[in-house]
Ligand binder design. Structure first.
Ligand SMILES: Nc1nc2c(ncn2[C@@H]2O[C@H](COP(=O)(O)OP(=O)(O)OP(=O)(O)O)[C@@H](O)[C@H]2O)c(=O)[nH]1
Ligand SMILES: [Mg+2]
Length: 201
């Protein structure tokens, strides 16, 4: 039987795909975060932390950590039928930072994950996105045993612009990470709209 035009369902929507980076210092939970939300088996590039790396790989606070990302994490999440995010987790250690420019190319926005016990580890990521005018949100990964700091204290300590969202999250929880991603997409959209307005006026 041939379906008439009015009987055909809605045409399938071609989703918009956006690239989001997940950045932050060493061992802050970037790989965990991408793995928690990805609907495909995330691509990981983990290598075992070795004895030789001990002087440079600071695992304080994440003593159970045995591997580290050496290139990137990759995952995908469908936020809405018409909106798909490609997630790129960056390597946390400074010796792999040469990869960041490649990963950042074409990114709509970024999540900077922070651990309040080692706040200084995220300074470089915050600087990186500020300098390149890539909109980002700061997501505090609330590890057990770490003191809870109000988001406003984190904002002050990082000297963030007032419009940069600061949210608390648990990198292991899908719903929590999803909320962070919704926040970054909203923020990046507002940022882009403001920028377009200032260009046309
Ligand atoms: N308790 C707790 N542990 C976490 C949380 N997020 C991550 N972890 C643990 O912290 C360690 C570091 O997590 P990763 O996801 O590998 O961190 P990363 O930022 O990708 O690390 P690098 O790629 O090496 O920079 C792992 O042992 C995780 O199981 C969290 O929210 N709470
Ligand atoms: Mg990692």
């Amino acid at each position: 039987m041939i379906l008439g035009r009015s009987e055909r369902g809605k045409p399938p929507v071609e989703p918009v795909t956006l690239k989001i980076l997940v950045a932050g210092g060493f061992g802050v939970g970037k790989t965990t975060c991408v793995g928690a939300v990805s609907e495909i088996r995330p691509l990981r590039t983990e290598e075992v932390l070795t004895e030789a790396g001990r002087p440079v790989d600071d695992t304080r606070g994440v003593e159970s950590k045995h591997t580290t990302t050496v290139a990137m994490d990759f995952g995908r999440i469908t936020l809405r039928e018409d909106l798909v995010l490609y997630l790129f987790g960056t390597p946390g250690q400074h010796r792999f930072w040469f990869l960041w420019d490649e990963l950042a190319s074409g990114a709509l926005g970024a999540v900077v994950l922070v651990d309040t016990r080692r706040l200084e580890d995220c300074f470089a990521a915050v600087d990186y996105f500020e300098r390149r005018s890539i909109p980002f949100v700061v997501a505090v990964n609330c590890f057990e045993g770490a003191a809870r700091h109000p988001a406003e204290d984190v904002r002050q300590a990082l000297d963030l612009d007032p419009d940069v969202p600061v949210v608390l999250c648990d990198a292991r929880e899908r719903e929590s990470v999803k909320e962070v991603l919704v926040t970054v997409v909203r923020h990046a959209m507002t940022y882009a709209a403001d920028r377009d307005r200032s260009v046309t006026t």
